[in-house]
Design a binder for this molecule. Sequence first.
Ligand code: NAD
Length: 255
Amino acid sequence: MSGTEQKVALVTGAARGIGLATAQLMAEDGWRIALLDRDEPALKEAAANFKGEAISLLHDVSDPQAAPQAIRETLNAFGRIDALVNNAGVADFGPIEETDFTRWRTVMETNLDGVFLMSQAAIPALKETKGAIVNIASISGLRASTLRVAYGTSKAAVIQLTRQQAAELGEYGIRANAVCPGPVRTKLAMAVHTQDIIDAYHDAIPLNRYGSEREIGEVVAFLCGPKASYVTGQIIAADGGFESTGVGLPALRAT
Ligand SMILES: NC(=O)c1ccc[n+]([C@@H]2O[C@H](COP(=O)([O-])OP(=O)(O)OC[C@H]3O[C@@H](n4cnc5c(N)ncnc54)[C@H](O)[C@@H]3O)[C@@H](O)[C@H]2O)c1
């Protein structure tokens, strides 16, 4: 395949964690990657160790000026965009009554506004390639819980945004899907998961463990690629079975 035919993915929040693992996995599958992040030292380190063809884009997805610029830079470097992975996210766990508007907005501006802004800016390029959007939501967008009024609501909104995108962009051949990761030991999760929370997750998840960054990346890569060519508007939990458990009372278990 010649350089210009080689597919291009723009991955946000790609300096570490799930975004970096996804970008690396897709590069191994032959994609050219635009790594976008707002953390300059982490982005430099990720780019230096990256195996594959990549450019770095230092931007904050919550800045409305950033998205069109990031798309321009990607098109200038690679000439096309086949997939947008909206992965950049922040977590802030706290009781409802302590979640003031500033904390609420901090979560919303990255987790929800960022996905909207990046997607809007990418639409013309994605129309050209009949490309794909994959939004990283969360099990917190599927199941309500304490301490995450802003985070959970932002992720539920991303799920609905994904469906809106699928409904309206399908006529251009653009697919939009969301992946809802269960717990993964990234910097984001470890900042808010105490040992008690980790133990409780293990207990509640049928596969009895956290997922890895790469296990999430595999699902994202599938949804970006041609094997998912008839899949759009889907919300796929990669969560070890957590979402499927329903009435998951420990007292109802056989063991
Ligand atoms: N780790 C988990 O347990 C878990 C579970 C469910 C969902 N998720 C979601 O997965 C995604 C990735 O999370 P992670 O765990 O890899 O986190 P992480 O903190 O390791 O990585 C997130 C990356 O996004 C970047 N980022 C954050 N805000 C940004 C912004 N406004 N503009 C540009 N870059 C920004 C950070 O600098 C960082 O490099 C997030 O959307 C998160 O909500 C994670």
